[in-house]
Design a protein around this ligand. Structure first.
Ligand SMILES: Nc1ncnc2c1ncn2[C@@H]1O[C@H](COP(=O)(O)OP(=O)(O)OP(=O)(O)O)[C@@H](O)[C@H]1O
Ligand SMILES: [Mg+2]
Length: 152
């Protein structure tokens, strides 16, 4: 089952991230999809703040993976947009079992390297209003289904 949420500002997308964070668990994987500038990094920043990560979370586009360890659980933030083919070198699958939370921007670009159990979040622009986003959550696996039930 998919869950649909509409946000009308950056703050509302951050609030959604905080609500999802409140149900986080070790080895959680969130796969973000959506065009440039839809709010994937905004979502991640909101999630990180809720995790009490005090380092500044910035877009990892050129680093591909950034690890934040100042919160109660580690956060592995990835942006695979500029990866072009080098995905094997990254050892990305190793992160899925490393206790922290993994958030992947542009996850739809690496469909063969995603875990079976994960939360997909697709953010779409809406033509009418510059700040409106339609956000579709698709849980894969029981834990993620329960998370969506709890949050939404
Ligand atoms: N409802 C909304 N939710 C999230 N961001 C919004 C919303 N409305 C406007 N914005 C703005 O959209 C922009 C989203 O930028 P962000 O860097 O998070 O996008 P992104 O999806 O990570 O892009 P990229 O693909 O380049 O990494 C921000 O400037 C933010 O203020
Ligand atoms: Mg981004």
């Amino acid at each position: 089952m998919d869950y649909k949420i509409t946000t009308y500002s950056e703050e509302e997308t951050i609030e959604l991230a905080q609500n999802i964070e409140s149900e986080k668990f070790p080895n959680m994987v969130i796969c973000l999809q959506g065009d440039l500038g839809t709010g994937k990094t905004i979502f991640t920043k909101g999630f990180a703040k809720a995790m009490e990560i005090d380092e500044e979370v910035t877009s990892p586009t050129f680093n591909i993976i950034k690890e934040y360890t100042s919160g109660e659980l580690p956060l592995y933030h990835m942006d695979v947009y500029r990866l072009d083919g080098k995905v094997e070198d990254l050892g990305i699958e190793e992160y899925y079992t490393r206790k922290g939370v993994t958030i992947i921007e542009w996850a739809d670009m690496i469909p063969d390297y995603l875990p079976d159990k994960r939360l997909d979040i697709k953010i779409k622009n809406s033509g009418e209003d510059e700040d409106k986003r339609v956000i579709i959550l698709t849980p894969h696996g029981k834990k993620y289904e329960e998370l969506c039930e709890a949050v939404l």
